[in-house]
Design a protein around this ligand. Structure first.
Ligand code: NOJ
Length: 574
């Protein structure tokens, strides 16, 4: 099997195990080493004010509901002042709440309510770029070339005889060139500015100390308001290679033939780590063990761990895990390499299956082989996923994930087993990816659809007026929280049970040893403490020992002593 060469084989009871990761009881005080963090996408969570867009009071009202999931923290995607060209990841004022979502007072209420329920509030910090409506960028546009105001961003002269071509060949993540030309006050064409994302999201110039000062001020502003930490957006992109050399590889830096990701001139530059070291010092000056989590899509894994050395960030997302296919060999490989890599720097590994940028795991795991669509999003023209199969597999994948040692991220709605809305009519699409690629990439709206709370209410109880900024699919009713609350076999009941057990059994701080005996049958099987977790990714039932069953991903997952395909079970090792 795919275990690191040389790892000793260790008998436990009558199971022959191969250890990969040890528990570290001395670190159990650090909550973020085993945390369960629930991502809230505010515009789609709960709308109390009735305009069809979720808001902060809506989140506050549901804190007791979230507390039932036994989570440690919520992470809020951006709610700052923003023209919403990229759903708030285009920030016009980092220190205020957009009226769409409420006020600073609403935010303070949310933090206080969450605290009363033992839940920390982590906010999203977007330091790579802001909105073109931000006062600093507006000032830069009207300032002369080479002025301090322009130096807050990355302005360059164009190439070609009259500067009519962009300064280099970089492409935007959302499609099209990563440069936009400005117009001078007298109407003549001016310099170009860099935007790795939408043209409305100019990149800051992190070679300028004034940018560092500005973000340290922003960090303190939110730390003073009691946040538990920050999820740092595109954390690997802040510093660009000097001279901004051309790059023929992918815009997101993923390795391709001839263009290894570690050579991408806009990602993973050495100087970036000094920024996070200085932020870590700021956080450490505050009480309460506040955290930084990097959104860094860095490949390979052993470079990603540079973001979580002990004087940098606390956690980073594990995108290799997020993208694991329905393949036991590949899944075991990713878990092993993740734990080994993060152990080397003494950081926890994190695990995640869904977020607001990818197709939800119910839909991903329901896609037929040969019909997966590259890029983000599934649309009406795509081969549609089998959502029944997808849900069975998604529940299995979640139960397996919740047995892993380390931190876990959940995305709102996965506890309801929501699939992506793959049939959104194109006229409703808001993701800039769709518009910048003329629909070639359908975009991420399908995973961002407002949540169903009540089966029998307009907009399924999402909004007090029945409005919804994106259309919800017809099948949302069966997924509604009120129905699932009453059903002991629902996905919601499964999440509650597994999360509670995870805490009681201390799995987050636990260990991992593979039980390779069932590999050839398509199973992924490991032991954490005295729990045996087995997921059957194969096509035939897998015979298991007659241990006490602690949790199973679907009712009847175990047929006598056999685990049926596409299911996971936790058993207590006697
Ligand atoms: C990553 C965020 O998760 C995504 O939603 C956003 O579009 C980009 N960063 C740009 O901020």
């Amino acid at each position: 099997m795919d275990i690191a060469p040389g790892a000793p084989s260790m008998p436990t009871g009558n199971l022959r195990l191969v250890p990969v990761h040890d528990a570290s009881p001395d670190r159990e005080q650090q909550w973020w080493r085993s945390s369960v963090i629930y991502q809230i996408y505010p515009r789609s969570f709960r709308d109390l004010r009735g305009d069809g867009i979720g808001d902060l009071p809506g989140i506050t009202a549901e804190i007791p509901t979230l507390a039932e999931l036994d989570i440690d923290a919520i992470w809020l995607s951006p709610f700052y002042v923003s023209p919403q060209k990229d759903a708030g990841y285009d920030v016009a004022d980092y220190c205020d709440v957009d009226p769409l979502f409420g006020t600073l007072e609403d935010f303070d209420n949310l933090v206080a309510t969450a605290k009363n329920h033992g839940i920390r509030v982590i906010v999203d910090l977007v330091p790579n770029h802001c909105s073109d409506q931000h006062a600093l960028f507006q000032a830069a546009l009207t300032a002369p070339e080479n002025s301090p105001a322009r130096d807050m961003f990355i302005f360059r002269d164009g190439t070609g005889e009259n500067g009519e071509n962009p300064p280099n060949n970089w492409q935007s993540h959302f499609g099209g060139p990563a440069w936009t030309r400005t117009t001078n006050p007298d109407g003549t064409p001016g310099q170009w500015y860099l935007h790795l994302f939408d043209s409305s999201q100019p990149d800051f110039n992190w070679d300028n100390p004034a940018v560092h000062d500005e973000f340290e001020r922003i960090l303190r502003f939110w730390l003073d308001r009691g946040v538990g930490g920050f999820r740092v957006d595109v954390a690997h992109a802040l510093i660009k290679k000097s001279g901004l050399p051309d790059w023929g590889g992918r815009a997101d830096g993923a390795s391709t033939e001839g263009f290894p990701g570690d050579q991408a001139p806009m990602f993973g530059q050495a100087g970036i780590h000094d920024i996070y070291r200085s932020w870590r010092k700021i956080l450490d000056d505050y009480d309460g063990d506040r955290v930084l989590c990097a959104e860094a899509t860095i490949d390979p894994l052993d470079r990603l761990t540079d973001w979580v050395r002990n004087d940098e960030m606390h956690q980073t997302f594990n995108f290799a895990y997020l993208h694991h296919p329905w393949n036991p060999h590949e899944l075991r490989r990713i878990i092993t390499t993740s734990l080994e890599a993060f152990d080397k720097v003494g950081a926890p590994t994190t695990w995640v299956l869904s977020n607001h940028d990818v197709v939800r795991h119910v839909s991903r795991f329901g896609q037929a082989e040969g019909h997966t669509r590259p890029g983000d999003g599934l649309g009406p023209e795509d081969f549609q996923p089998d959502h029944e199969l997808g849900l069975r597999r998604a529940r299995a994948a979640t139960v397996l994930m919740l047995a892993l040692p380390g931190g876990v991220y959940l995305y709102q709605g996965e506890e309801l087993g929501l699939p992506d809305h793959t049939m959104i009519p194109h006229e409703f699409r808001q993701d800039p990816t769709f518009h910048r690629t003329d629909g070639v990439r359908v975009g991420r709206d399908g995973s961002r659809v407002p949540l169903p709370w009540v089966a029998d209410a307009p907009s399924y109880g999402f909004s007090s007026t029945g409005k919804s900024w994106l259309p919800q699919p017809g099948l949302w009713g069966t997924h509604s929280r009120d129905i699932q609350q009453r059903n002991p076999d629902s996905t919601l009941s499964l999440y509650r049970k597994a999360l509670k057990l995870r805490r009681e059994l201390n799995l987050g701080h636990g260990s991992l040893a593979w039980w390779p005996e069932k590999d050839s049958e398509g199973a992924v099987a490991f032991v954490n403490g005295n729990v045996l977790a087995v997921m059957n990714m194969g096509t035939e039932p897998v015979e298991l020992p007659e241990f006490e069953i602690l949790c199973q991903s679907s009712p009847g997952a175990m047929a006598h002593t056999r685990l049926r395909p596409n299911r996971t079970v936790w058993m207590r090792i006697p």
